[in-house]
Design a binder for this molecule. Sequence first.
Ligand SMILES: Cc1cc2nc3c(=O)[nH]c(=O)nc-3n(C[C@H](O)[C@H](O)[C@H](O)COP(=O)(O)O)c2cc1C
Length: 366
Amino acid sequence: MSGPLHTPLCDKLDIEYPVVAFTHCKDVAVAVINAGGFAVLGEAMHMPDQIAADIKWIRDRIGGKRFGIDLVLPSSVPAEKTVDELLAMIPAGHREFEQKIKKKYNVPDPKTAPDIHHWGGLDQKRALQQLEVVFDERVPVFASGLGSPAFLLERAHQLGMQVWGLVGKPRQAKKLIGIGADGVIAQGFDAAGHTGDIGTFSIVPQVVDLARGTKTSVLAAGGVTTGRHLAAALALGADGVWTGSLWLTSRESDVNLPLKERLLEAETEDAVWSNCISGYTMRTTRSPWHDEWLSAEAPDVLKPPLQMILSSNYIQGSLDYQRKDLMTEAAGQGIHYVKEMKPARQILSDIIEEALDVFDRFAAKG
Ligand SMILES: Cc1cc2nc3c(=O)[nH]c(=O)nc-3n(C[C@H](O)[C@H](O)[C@H](O)COP(=O)(O)O)c2cc1C
């Protein structure tokens, strides 16, 4: 295949379109891969045996095509701690504040232990155990969402795996490019989830300039929810786009229905940037939890991973009891354009069509 959407990334991954879906949902990953895009499954919340089972599930459905797994590798968290030990490190004042929020909004106790209790971001031991599965399975692409993957690059390359890293600053990109990472995801302020303070339009061309002449592919992330964004990302010099919010409300997505409704209703200004969920700056939909942490009586936000442990009961309770009024989820500023629940295949084809229209329009003017 040729044309304006055929970039070197398509050859590197053997895909038709330079669109990568980041998702926590296996069904979405499989649908996007089978529709000609690429998918990276976020597995940071899963125990090693679950990760292995998910990898098998995906492999059974994509007929030899490639896929990726994303974990987080923060170096600033403790080497090893149980959830109980982490809970015990939360100051009494913060506990009291959490209880106050709970009472004020009638937040139910979760029915289940929060998924976050398996999060690789809680301690280094969890993350390294998760990583071993990715090596055992020789996953074609490993992506690190937080923390540098430099220490694992050599081993991954020996196993024939590609290593990608998400960055929010040019200096982080420079390091990854310098050590020969296969891909750098230049993620801007618009993005869902953990993100820095540099806008997508500013970070992408800087990272493209840093990667010029190297074997590192650059993917643009943060706010990419239409074909116009895809065309713009390629115009900025990126080899493709890395997208997250776009897939949350797809038909295949396992996000629960009230939350999907909340996301479909959300506007750009609902996707707020705060450290009240995890202690890192993170873009998520606004909720009573966010409002309370902005109040004058709120204590200082705790350092990672303690704030994540503190917010986890609120989040899990809202999900278990389908309390749309309380729910929050990672979402980027491009959520404005996500207004319909469509199959993942259609989401991909709509973006591709729109991007091709943009290039046709430019060609017609030329
Ligand atoms: C619900 C959700 C959860 C996310 N969790 C992770 C994660 O665990 N690891 C990671 O690297 N990125 C995570 N991200 C960020 C995405 O990888 C991606 O960079 C981001 O969604 C791009 O911005 P966009 O949502 O505007 O497309 C998450 C995004 C969403 C929407």
